[in-house]
Design a protein around this ligand. Structure first.
Ligand code: SAM
Length: 278
């Protein structure tokens, strides 16, 4: 047995032996191709001895790949049926994996996974966006507690995260994802790679944080983008008129109030939010 690569049974056998028929309600679409899983686990960069956090390990395909890469992993799974399969992985990778039984929406990932953790997950579709928004809204002083996010989403959500101004997908999620982080699509994944295949294509998004721009409070940026994109086809002078100080801030920076929200760059939104934050 090569170091870090214990012989493990095929994932299909694990699923059959533990009776893990996929549950639609839990967003279960499993990845079974170990080469693909190793490629996903390589996206954050070297993981040897690094803390990592996974949401929804399921039968443990991505979990194995993260463990093979050498991480110290905390994984939270809501489906109790998966726990025996995950206990086998805890044994196969002694001291590397701690499995928590519960709902990722209710767990304090920072306390469980520790500072500087890489978050890596093939997310359940129904909680993927709220979890991402929570991680992106963390305290940032000068960086967040997590080191990187490597997350599988439905393609449409991935496109909203990395969207550029002037495109249909550009909106609040793009600005939240990009104003103090770099966000890119690291890999597109065909629906046929999943068991069972979902209706739509997927993509792995990789997000790395940067120091936040000075003098900008997230709550003002959020109020601004909520107002601007609440009426995305309207001119800013209409959509922002209910937000105190916003039209004056546009004037101060020299942003034409006849523009629409979807034409305003992330940096321009940040400049307006900085004035509102004063
Ligand atoms: N990681 C596995 C893989 O890549 O094959 C499974 C991914 S599957 C898309 C999503 C997993 O998240 C399922 O195992 C599901 O039971 C789990 N899950 C769903 N909702 C959850 C929640 N709120 N908290 C934790 N896990 C959850």
């Amino acid at each position: 047995m090569a170091e870090g690569r214990p012989a493990l049974p095929p994932l299909r056998d694990v699923i059959a032996r533990h009776g893990l028929a996929a549950s639609k309600a839990l967003g279960q679409n499993f990845l079974l191709d170990e080469q693909l899983l190793d490629r996903i686990a390589a996206i954050p960069g070297p993981l040897r001895d690094a803390p990592a956090f996974e949401v929804g390990p399921g039968p443990g395909g991505l979990t194995r790949a993260i463990l093979r890469a050498g991480a110290r992993l905390v994984a939270v799974e809501r489906d109790r049926r998966c726990l025996p399969a995950l206990a086998e992985l805890e044994e196969a990778f002694p001291g590397q994996l701690r499995t928590l039984s519960g709902d990722a929406m209710e767990i304090d990932a920072r306390a469980e996974a520790g500072e500087g953790a890489h978050i890596i997950a093939n997310l359940p579709y129904n909680v993927g966006t709220p979890l991402l928004v929570g991680w992106l809204s963390a305290d940032w002083s000068p960086l967040p507690w997590w080191r990187s996010l490597t997350l599988m989403f439905q393609m449409e959500v991935a496109e909203r995260i990395v969207a550029q101004p002037g495109t249909d997908h550009y909106g609040r999620l793009a600005i939240l994802s990009q104003w103090r982080s770099d966000a890119r699509i690291a890999m597109k994944v065909h629906r046929s790679a999943f068991t069972p295949p979902p209706k739509v294509m997927s993509a792995v998004v990789h997000i790395t944080p940067k120091p936040a721009p000075d003098g900008v409070q997230l709550k003002y940026l959020e109020r601004l983008t909520a107002a601007a994109f609440g009426q995305r086809r309207k001119m800013l002078r209409q959509s922002l008129k209910g937000l105190p100080g916003a039209l004056e801030a546009l004037d101060q920076i020299g942003i034409d109030p006849q523009r629409r929200a979807e034409t305003v760059s992330v940096a321009e939104f940040v400049d307006v939010a900085r004035i509102l934050s004063r």
